[in-house]
Design a protein. Sequence first.
Length: 164
Amino acid sequence: MNGMIVYYSFSGSTKVYAEVLADLVNDPVFELREKSPRTGVLGMFFGAVEALMGTSAPLEVLPDIPAGKPVFICSPIWAGNLPPAVMTFIKNTDLRRRKVNVVLTFTNVLNRDAYQKKATGILRAQGCNPGFVQGFVCDRKLGPDRAIIRKHLKKLVLNVDEAY
């Protein structure tokens, strides 16, 4: 596809989605890193509060995305919103008229539609052309299962269905 996969991951689950996606589409991966990394329970708490408010967080560096190329964003959902690092990327990167696909990870399956709608609205407000915006439930106790993630992403991105 020759685009770029941009991701933010606090616990590591979203990183696995980005890595599997990169393997499927053969695109480079870029990790969004905050200048002041979040750690532990306090990092998660303050991140959730900032996400609720829709704030941004300073990043170490923004990726250099080739003009006109598609972008994949892999992001967790924090307190019903995109985390501050992802908000910074979206607000400070020229994504106008680009196809932007989003893979969301979260723990509450009941709010999947609301999360997807929220992310789509944020992209449209920045002038993006949202492609697919799909959410996946991550079980924090079991951790991500690469085989299942690959099956789901392959069907989503390449429109190929695999049996278990």
